[in-house]
Design a protein around this ligand. Sequence first.
Ligand code: BTN
Length: 245
Amino acid sequence: FGRSLKIVEVTTSTQEEVRLLAEQGTPSGALVLAEEQTGGRGRQGRKWFSPPRKGVWMSLLLRPERPLSFAPQLTLLIAVAVCRAIRKTSGVDAGIKWPNDLLVQGKKVCGILVESVSEDERIRYCIAGIGIDVNVEAHELPADLQAVATSLKIESGRNQDRVALITAVMNELEDLYTLYEQEGFTPIKHLWEALSVTLGKRVAVKTPQGEISGVADALDESGALILLDDKGMPFPLFSGEVHLA
Ligand code: BTN
C-alpha cells in the first residue's frame, strides 16, 4: 500500500482525487496525500478541518475482491492499523470509539471515512480517507472543536514526524490486511476489542427508530456493535454515531 504516491499541496478533498484515479483504472494501493484540504469531508456530511502542514490528510485506494458486506470489517481493520501506528510512533495512548474514531482521553485525534463503490453487491473499490491531527496547536483549533478535538502534539507535548507516521500506518495496514486474508476477521476483531474505548461503556445512539441507549457489549463477526438495552436485550448497530454516556 502507498507504493504509488501522489502528494498535492492543496486540494478540495483527497477523497475526490482518489475517486478520479479509481475511475481511470489505477491499481489498488494508490495513496494521495495533501498538505491542505479546502473541502475536507467527515462522516455524515460534516466538514473536516484540514489546515496546511499540520496533519495527515490522505486517502488510499483499495480494490478488495469481496462482497459489499466486507466494507464494515475493512473500516474496523483500518482503525486498528492507524491506532497501532499512532501508539508506536508518538507514544500517545489512542483508543478506538466504534466504529473508527480515534480518541485520546475522550477527544478525537483521528477520523476515518471509508467510501465504497459497488456493483451487483460486490465492491468495485473503496476509498479509505484518514485524517490525523498531528501538529495542530490547541489555539489553532476552531472554537467548535476546542472541547472535542485534540492533536498528537497537544497530547505528547512535542512535534511529531508526519512521514514516520504515514509509513507506520501503511506498514500496519499491510500487515493487518495480510493477517485478514490468511485468518479472516477474528484476529482483527480481537485487536480492535483490545484497543476499544467503547466496549463496556454506556452509549447512546440515534437510529432511524429513535434514540437507543445501552451498554456496548461486544463486536460481532460482521463488525456490528452489540448493545444491551436496559432489559438486557441485544441490539446490533450497523452504523451511526455513538456517544459515550
Ligand atoms: C470523520 O471522522 O468524520 C472522518 C474524517 C475523515 C477525514 C479524512 S482527511 C483525508 C480524507 N479526505 C477527506 O475529505 N476526508 C478524509
